[in-house]
Design a protein around this ligand. Structure first.
Ligand SMILES: NC(=O)c1ccc[n+]([C@@H]2O[C@H](COP(=O)([O-])OP(=O)(O)OC[C@H]3O[C@@H](n4cnc5c(N)ncnc54)[C@H](OP(=O)(O)O)[C@@H]3O)[C@@H](O)[C@H]2O)c1
Length: 236
């Protein structure tokens, strides 16, 4: 695989504090990216930031509760106005609130909050940060989706991920000739706080596959990358 040179590029990783986002942060650090670590509270990423700085990269921390549009806009205002200029957006943060055996009684509030965090915030982050990528003629956007299907018990989460898929399908082609590659990444079912203890995969198995849609340099857009296709392998 011909890899893009990501050394010194700035990547925003949402939901970097734990689980898959934490793995992606370490993975991108290995490829020389400087990182902006997002979580709901900067205290959640302080120790991680220290570990990553020890690898010789620059690290900043940001916070926003993604169900609160005002916090999302405030975080984005700071990034757009004060920098750093973001070259890579890794939209990883998401919530999966409840498993409803009584699946015809999913609370309206759960659907609303799931869409705010998993869709609205993700779309706003893309819309606010892509113009800078266009101006600089280079960018990577990775939006994390899920293989969840046939589970109406998780319908708020599942449908929110379908929105992410549709967003990428309808947007990616319009960015390709601007040097911006937008794609989807499905990590597989992994043992994290969201995935739960019964998931078959270790969270570490998301690497190196989760890095592929950042490192590609072949013009691919709108593709669903399955991180598990690279589990246990080296990127050639
Ligand atoms: N794990 C799986 O099996 C699996 C399978 C398919 C897809 N995925 C996808 O992979 C991504 C990461 O999942 P994960 O398993 O790593 O999740 P996780 O372990 O639950 O971590 C979630 C991350 O998102 C942040 N976050 C949670 N709620 C937030 C909110 N309301 N506002 C802002 N940030 C919030 C958390 O930050 P705080 O420290 O502030 O809480 C944390 O960093 C998600 O998009 C998920 O849908 C996971």
């Amino acid at each position: 695989m011909k890899k893009a040179d990501t050394r010194g590029k700035w990547a925003l990783i949402t939901g970097a504090s734990r689980g898959i986002g934490r793995q992606v942060s370490f993975g991108l650090a290995e490829y020389g990216c400087n990182l902006v670590l997002h979580s709901r509270d900067e205290a959640h990423t302080t120790a991680l930031a220290g570990e990553l700085r020890a690898k010789g990269i620059e690290v900043r921390q940001v916070s926003a509760e993604l169900s609160d549009p005002a916090q999302v806009e405030s975080m984005l205002d700071r990034l757009v106005n004060d920098g750093p200029e973001i070259d890579i957006v890794y939209n990883n943060a998401a919530i999966q609130i409840g498993y409803h055996e009584d699946w015809l009684n999913v609370p309206t509030e759960e659907i609303r909050v799931s869409f705010e965090v998993n869709c609205t915030a993700l779309i706003r982050i893309c819309h606010r940060l892509i113009p800078g990528m266009i101006a600089r003629g280079w960018g990577r956007v990775v939006n994390v989706t899920s293989g969840v299907k046939d589970q109406p018990q998780l319908i708020a989460y599942a449908v929110s991920k379908a929105v992410v898929d549709k967003f990428v399908m309808d947007t990616a082609d319009h960015l390709k000739d601007k040097g911006i590659l937008m794609n989807l990444m499905d990590p597989g079912w992994l043992r994290t706080d969201l995935g739960g203890p019964n998931a078959p995969g270790a969270v570490e198995s998301v690497l190196p596959g989760a890095l592929v849609p950042v490192l590609i340099d072949d013009g691919t857009v709108g593709k669903l990358y399955h991180a598990q296709d690279w589990a246990g392998k080296e990127l050639d």
